[in-house]
Design a protein around this ligand. Sequence first.
Ligand code: ZN
Ligand code: ZN
Ligand code: ZN
Ligand code: ZN
Length: 376
Amino acid sequence: MSRTLADLLNPSDPDGQQVQAQIQAGLVDIQPQLQQLSELQSHGARASPEVQQQLQAALKYLQAQRNGGPYIPNDNTPPPIPGAIIRQHDVRLTSRTTLSTLYHYPLHTILEYPETNADGTIGHLFRMDPDDWQVPDLNIVYLRGAPTGRMVVGKEIFNDVMVDARGNQVACSSSHSTCQGVKICPYSDEDTLSEPHTRASREDVQQRLANDREDRLQYASPSKDIFCRTAAYVTALRKLGCSRPSSEELESESSPEEIKLRELYWQQVQCGYCPKEGTCKGRIVYETDSHGNPHVRCEHYCRTTNRDHFHDNSVGAPTGSYDLGYIQAVLTDDEEEATCIEQAAFKLGYGPLVECTTVANVSSQKPLTTATQTAI
Ligand SMILES: [Zn+2]
Ligand SMILES: [Zn+2]
Ligand SMILES: [Zn+2]
Ligand SMILES: [Zn+2]
């Protein structure tokens, strides 16, 4: 029977049709591999969990294909790609510990934010390269500390996960440490930042950096620059005061109550900073001279008789780099005016009233509060 061109283009044979569709989809013949597998079957077989996982995934794929259904990978069946991260659930480690998830990482994996779990235990198993021995633990960026512990020599443990090529348990040492949480700014949304989170991907970190950058760009303006510079200047003045060496006890213009209040305030804002004994604790004042030029100075500064104390006449420089109204309001204790200026800045997206999102490692020297709840 001769075939017409139409027959060739529209073959009626359903099997032939399927094969053609498979070839078009880039599928190859795996009969030789299946043959080899069945030949291996007579030998007792043991392999690493990774090999088992990949065989399992291949099996599922082939079964699904035979049943005519499409292959839909789920959580438990990673794609059979060499070098993929394999995830297993409910893996028995010892008679007392079962891992809710166990990750198998291929050679040379660098993991900075391993997943944790508030209730269960997560395992991270790294395949090591004997020729390029890198301790994966050192890549983890969580700050860990006390309580810590290390296994006593001679008390090696054995478990079902750490096995040699033949599947025999190998002696393992153990040590533990505790996450120290992170520090957050006291002016942040504490509830949100204190929420425990157990997973951070590289994408999460990138997202966070992108958000910060967007915030910076969105609110970037000359008036923001000026305000931020002024706020930093005012904070420094409040924190350090005059701080010039001063041996003599000087009569202050402030009342004893005012001095007490100021010392209390300093204790709060200085966050552990101790001014050296014998430094001036004079009041910082704002004034304009007869030419209308603004000056910031220690109350004890005097141009003719005492120039040892703090004095800054650069605040009114024609470059206009400071918000003089704000300096004046803060230094003259005009709280109403200071709040007014801060609120105007807040509406534009900056200033001390804006929620802060600063987070730092516990070892950071920044005076932030510790959010011990953060479980990452
Ligand atoms: Zn802050
Ligand atoms: Zn002056
Ligand atoms: Zn002084
Ligand atoms: Zn943590």
